[in-house]
Design a protein around this ligand. Structure first.
Ligand code: NAD
Length: 381
């Protein structure tokens, strides 16, 4: 079974005049929706509108002249409901920024694989050796396991350093560095060419990487070099990847990057220009959505993810506290799983999201919506 099944959490109604949704409270008991996510919706009637109070149109504007609202639920008793599935069989994804099994890139790779996509990954050159060795030795076998019991296959791992567009950009000391000289073709241009030679094309491009050498410094103390390095590794790297991969992304393809709420709210501790880099990434998402959309019908979205104890996040130093804070103050008091970001990425990559582009999609247990830290001692009486 290669597809992730999403069963309905609600159902839609179609209207020739207005569209609105039936909620549990609007439905008689024989039409109550089963909220168990693993079960499918079966409705005993094909319409709900006649059973509910008319919507108070006057609240918004003048009531519609014509009350001939015809609605139809998506499912009725005669339908054999199959559920809605994310089916990425026949699609190929390149995920940049996978070097272990802890981060968002890995979880996204797994979700795309579970939906049937072929997986290629780009691994930062300095981390390549240990990643490939761990993969070969079966260290990741348990976390490679998909829900159907099979193991995620990675068709090919490409060495990548996303701060270099082509070999001309690479300084001599990096070329001479042992970790780099052991690999070849790891600039963005070279990787895109290698993928083209090996596989011809891709359908999904994921950017799950970031780096800010001065991330632990407040912005006020960040050097120009550190700031520009954060932007180069964490924002321009996405532009460069899209630029070089665009010719081989099939029309209708999708790209996804990962961002963080520090782009729009001040998060002390997320320094070194990383907040600026995420703000740039989000702005670029909108501009690139237009450009890639007009050029090749390619969608560009970014996921604003909540805190996760990945290797990169641990380098910042206070990720465990951020996770606790999120749990204490977010609307959904539960652990945020990397797999939840993976599932959202699979949705965004799929035809189900065919009209979603240029968006920042929050997958953070809702923390971004809060304006108050509910656990603040200032609130205690
Ligand atoms: P991670 O350590 O799994 O991923 C970061 C990856 O970037 C690593 O694999 C690293 O090797 C790679 N990388 C660094 N510099 C690179 C370069 N120059 N070229 C190629 N690869 C390079 O950590 P993660 O937290 O899962 O990060 C993935 C993305 O998610 C990042 O964009 C990060 O900012 C974002 N994000 C993370 C969190 C969090 O709390 N962990 C929250 C929101 C957004």
């Amino acid at each position: 079974m290669a597809a992730i099944a999403i069963t309905a959490t609600g159902f839609q109604i179609f209207s020739t005049r207005r569209t609105f949704s039936c909620s549990r409270t609007m439905l008689p008991s024989n039409m109550m929706m089963d909220t168990n996510l693993t079960r499918q919706v079966k409705l005993s009637s094909s319409s709900c509108v006649s059973l509910v109070k008319p919507f108070p149109w006057s609240f918004i504007s003048a009531p519609p002249k014509d009350n001939n609202v015809v609605t139809r639920a998506m499912a009725n008793e005669n339908d054999s409901v199959q559920g809605l599935s994310i089916d990425l069989r026949g699609k190929r994804a390149f995920i940049a920024g996978v070097a272990d099994d802890n981060g968002y890139g890995w979880a996204i790779a797994k979700a795309l694989a579970a939906a049937g996509a072929e997986i290629l990954v780009g691994t930062w050159v300095p981390a390549l050796n240990i990643f490939e060795t761990s993969l070969r030795r079966g260290k990741f076998d348990e976390s490679r396991r998909l829900s159907n019991g099979s193991l995620m296959e990675i068709a090919k791992v490409y060495p990548l350093d996303a701060v270099f567009d082509s070999l001309d950009d690479v300084p001599e000391d990096v070329k001479a560095n042992k970790r780099y000289s052991g690999s070849s073709n790891w600039t963005v241009k070279d990787v895109a060419e290698s993928v083209k030679n090996d596989f011809g094309s891709i359908d999904i491009l994921v950017h799950s990487l970031a780096n800010g050498p001065e991330v632990t410094k407040p912005l006020l103390e960040t050097s120009r070099k550190g700031y520009l390095a954060a932007l180069s590794a964490s924002s321009y790297s996405f532009i460069s990847l899209l630029q070089h991969f665009l010719p081989i992304i099939n029309p209708g393809g999708a790209t996804i990057s990962l961002t963080y709420i520090a782009s729009e709210r001040s998060i002390p501790g997320y320094g070194g220009g990383m907040s600026s880099a995420k703000a740039a990434l989000e702005s670029d998402t909108r501009v690139l959505a237009f450009e890639a959309g007009r050029k090749k019908q390619i969608r560009v979205n970014t996921i604003s993810a909540g805190p996760l104890g990945s290797r990169a996040a641990k380098a910042i130093g206070f990720i465990e506290k951020m996770i606790e804070y999120s749990y204490a103050n977010g609307p959904l008091q539960k652990e945020l799983l990397a797999d939840e970001v993976g599932a959202a990425a699979a949705f965004l990559a799929s035809p189900l999201a065919s009209a979603v582009t240029g968006s920042v999609v929050y997958v953070d247990n809702g923390l971004n919506t809060m304006g108050l830290a509910t656990d603040s001692p200032s609130l205690s009486v």
